[in-house]
Design a protein around this ligand. Structure first.
Ligand SMILES: [Zn+2]
Length: 478
């Protein structure tokens, strides 16, 4: 609610004001870590089959946090059948740019709990890291925004910029209602620039701005050959095996060198410019380090014949995420009746996600071995995103990160996908989107034993505090 006695004002952006905000943050660092732990304790898994109430609970806990740091108009934003977004704003800096800050409060499933060294939803501080599902991806992202905002509000009584903060609840599940959400709240979400804290740093302590994301296309395929499983001795021979048929179908999707064997799939892949290739080569990385970070076993091939990061950021890739045909637990001497797999293709500029989905579906259904029935269900297709880093907002971000981390930032791509970025930046008329890292290569996001590097968490927050001031200095948005 507006307070008539308090005049609208914006915080000064001189170095003294920045130092005060940073000092305020130093005093309260511990509190933000405790707030992060509270969020990690809520198992807000947004996947089908998990308790939806927990995602609601984390949305509510996020709203509570946004209210406590002094944001206005805090609320859960709901879409039918979707997990709620948390929203808050501070719009008392007339004439100053408006930032749309983004993170997400939902998480991936814990995976195999036996592979976790700690309990996934009980955060533990150890070896300079905070361990737990969502500790980095992306509950740390929420706390970076929260701590930066509150440090300004407590030290200056105001922010240097206007902010709208949106914390999504279905990012990990593919952001299915994002399009409708955007149409519904179009006006409310107008901003001059977007700041996302949901990406990685290239190396621990090395601040990184992500300027390219891959898209993703996911389908499920089910192969059926029998009305029920049968005895493999009594019937084996004349009766086709659905699991074998599925294996044959899947093996047709790749060439021997690992490239995707679906006709036409590479037609629209945009080649790298010379300067892009140079900047990848200049990164502090080589094949040996890449193999180590990816956890590849000795003797296993690196695919593609290009720099591994070029392969990961700017070439499509295919993965079979899961296969099921009977199960390890029920394994016995049978011919299975059906076999199922989930397949994902990561897409890059300028591939068309709908075209990729169609080609993948056709490839799976073409010439079924032994006449087995093949059903394909589409799970979703999100677009890749790509930006040039020429806008002044990027200069502001580079300066803020340089000072926040004490080292020169790098510009990188990301092999992962954030469905939010492309439609929002389009909706905001191509407003710059700053994708700033909170994860490092050892975070293990989505896998077991996820963790957050606590030193980088602090540096990311200090950079965010500086960023608000730097964006005003460069004129904010363009
Ligand atoms: Zn994330």
């Amino acid at each position: 609610m507006a307070n008539p006695t308090q005049q609208d004002k914006a915080a000064p952006v001189d170095d003294g004001a920045i130092q005060k905000a940073l000092a305020e943050y130093e005093k309260n660092q511990r509190t933000y870590l405790e707030e992060l732990k509270k969020l990690v304790r809520i198992p807000s898994v947004s996947f089908e089959g998990f308790d939806k109430q927990q995602v609601r609970k984390s949305g509510e806990a996020t709203c509570d946090l946004l209210r406590r740091i002094g944001l206005d108009n805090v609320q859960l934003l709901e879409m039918p059948g979707a997990h709620p977004y948390a929203y808050g704003e501070w719009l008392k800096a007339p004439g100053r740019p408006t930032l749309l800050l983004y993170a997400h409060h939902d998480v991936q499933p814990a995976g195999d709990e036996e592979k976790w060294a700690t309990k996934p939803f009980e955060p533990v501080e150890k070896d300079g890291r905070l361990w737990g599902r969502g500790a980095a991806d992306d509950k740390a992202g929420i706390l970076v925004h929260v701590a930066a905002i509150q440090s300004w509000l407590k030290s200056a009584g105001s922010l240097p910029v206007n902010v709208k903060i949106i914390i999504e609840g279905e990012e990990e599940a593919g952001s299915g209602s994002l399009g409708d959400f955007l149409r519904k709240h179009r006006k409310m979400l107008q901003a001059d620039a977007i700041v996302l804290t949901d990406t990685g740093n290239f190396e621990t302590g090395l601040p990184s701005i992500t300027t390219a994301l891959r898209g993703i296309v996911v389908v499920n395929v089910e192969v059926k050959a029998l009305k029920q499983p049968v005895h493999s001795g009594m019937w084996g021979g004349p009766v086709p095996d659905a699991a074998m048929a599925l294996s044959k179908i899947l093996s047709r999707l790749v060439n021997d060198d690992g490239s995707i064997a679906i006709p036409g799939i590479y037609d629209k892949v945009k080649p790298l410019s010379d300067s892009e290739r140079k900047s990848i080569k200049a990164l502090p990385s080589d094949e040996k380090l890449f193999r180590k970070q990816a956890g590849m076993l000795e003797g296993v091939d690196l695919l593609g014949g290009r720099h591994p990061w070029e392969m990961n950021w700017r070439q499509p890739s295919i993965a079979v995420n899961a296969i099921q045909a009977s199960s390890r637990k029920d394994a016995r001497n049978i011919i299975v009746d059906s076999a199922w797999a989930r397949i994902g293709i990561r897409t890059v500029p300028d591939m068309d996600p709908k075209d990729v989905e169609r080609r993948l579906t056709e490839a799976l259904q073409k010439d079924p071995p032994w006449g087995v029935k093949v059903e394909v269900h589409k799970e979703g297709a999100g677009s890749w995103w790509y930006t040039s880093s020429d806008a002044p907002a990027f200069k502001a971000a580079i300066k803020a990160l340089r000072e926040g981390y004490g080292t020169e930032p790098v510009t990188i791509g990301c092999g992962g996908s954030i469905p939010f970025v492309d439609p929002f930046s389009k909706e905001l008329g191509g407003a710059p989107a700053l994708l700033i890292g909170v994860e490092d290569p050892y975070t293990n996001a989505h896998s077991e034993n996820e963790s957050l590097h606590l030193g980088d968490f602090v540096k990311a927050t200090k950079s965010a505090i500086r960023l608000y001031a730097e964006l005003v200095r460069v004129g904010g948005s363009t």
